[in-house]
Design a protein around this ligand. Sequence first.
Ligand code: FAD
Length: 443
Amino acid sequence: MRVRRLPRDPGPAAWNRLLEDPAPANRLEASITADWLVIGAGYAGLAAAHRLSKEAPGARIVVLDAVRVGDGPAGRNSGFMIDLPHDLTSDDYGGALEGDIAQTKDNRQGIAHAAAMVEEYGLSAEAFTLSGKINGAATAKGAAHNTDFAKHLSAMDEPFELLDSQQMQDITGTQFYQSGLFTPGSAIIQPAMFVRGVAAGLASNRVTIHENSPVIALERKGDWVARTPKGQVIAPRAIMAVNGHLNSFGYMQGRLMHVFTYASMTRALSEDEIARLGGRRIWGLTPADPMGTTVRRISGTGGDRIVIRNRFTFDPKMEVDARRIAGVARDHDRAFAARFPQLNGIEMEHRWGGRLCLSRNGVQVIGELDVGLYSACCQNGLGTAKGTLAGGLAADLSLGITSPALERALAVNAPSRLPPAPIAQIGANMHIRLAEMRAGKEL
Ligand SMILES: Cc1cc2nc3c(=O)[nH]c(=O)nc-3n(C[C@H](O)[C@H](O)[C@H](O)COP(=O)(O)OP(=O)(O)OC[C@H]3O[C@@H](n4cnc5c(N)ncnc54)[C@H](O)[C@@H]3O)c2cc1C
């Protein structure tokens, strides 16, 4: 099967631009054999390769990615590795109690896997910290979402702390937030530093990562044969860790929703601007309303900066043009100005977008797609935790290792069918836009 579409990521992966340039890419330029092939070097692909390297000693594992590690969606996100339910299509992230308890357990397994890799490869606290996170509320409606979510957390027997406006100001330096809901179980990562650190730790004489090496055809000829522009990999087992690009390989057609979301990062702040801003030097807020604005205050490699993320668009073709980035930039600037009047006039240095893959019924695609071909895809907007989980589980499935989490993943229904693309695109974008408008000042 020829791969129909290769990834195109709009704008720079800003987190990766903060880091030193990597050594030149090790492109695949030969025909090689391996025991396992992993396609995709995001959270899912790296977790799969890590798990295989532990559980199949002596096996040779090849990972292929179309782009540099950290340049794809894995290096473009807001860096919240969230343990709790995070249903972007709900009012307050919560869903049915029993499902949310199971989901939390699974997300924590993903985070624990990430933490184990951080430990093993000696990654810094800047790359990954188990810091918890805050849902910030700017309005009474946002505060009500937080209260509803807090009730849901109580029913789940999960700890949380409600923060008042003064506590929020002490943390963020801004008077914008009326209240907040702190939960302790999430990690915050520097996304590109995390994936590049894991990739560097994995690389060995048994695990080889070829970047800028897109798979342009994948066929089963006894073994799986993946062709790239200048080489090929032949392996009896392959793990697809390409998130929504599973569709580009011909799988799950008409069942995956391709959604873009967007972010902007300021230039480094001066000491004077940092003093004017106030608050802590490092914090992160997800919005109380899932359609609102995510904000991170970072301090480390690349200086002190603020990162704003908002807006979702549904784009079944998996591509957006430069005009889209320019359009959402206005929403980022408005959200930034409303929150940080004391930083009036500070420019954004980087603006970008990136892909999410959602299913209508909120399920992931973890399983065996064909003989010896496994999937760790469709992370429903929470790929840092769910992708890491999926990669580990797909590796286990290929190894014949069972676990309650794997059984749960295999028991779910397939992603629900979507209406025909043009109808889905119009309907979904109208729905998203209305929900964003209803989010009001939270956006
Ligand atoms: C602005 C923004 C903010 C976000 N914030 C968060 C957040 O705070 N927390 C969170 O959990 N998630 C967040 N996300 C989503 C998160 O980035 C994704 O869910 C996550 O990256 C998915 O991980 P993955 O490993 O499944 O796939 P990806 O990270 O997309 O990795 C898949 C890889 O497969 C490669 N690939 C695709 N096709 C081919 C091919 N033909 N050949 C070779 N390689 C191929 C791609 O280049 C890519 O590197 C955000 C996303 C964006 C854009």
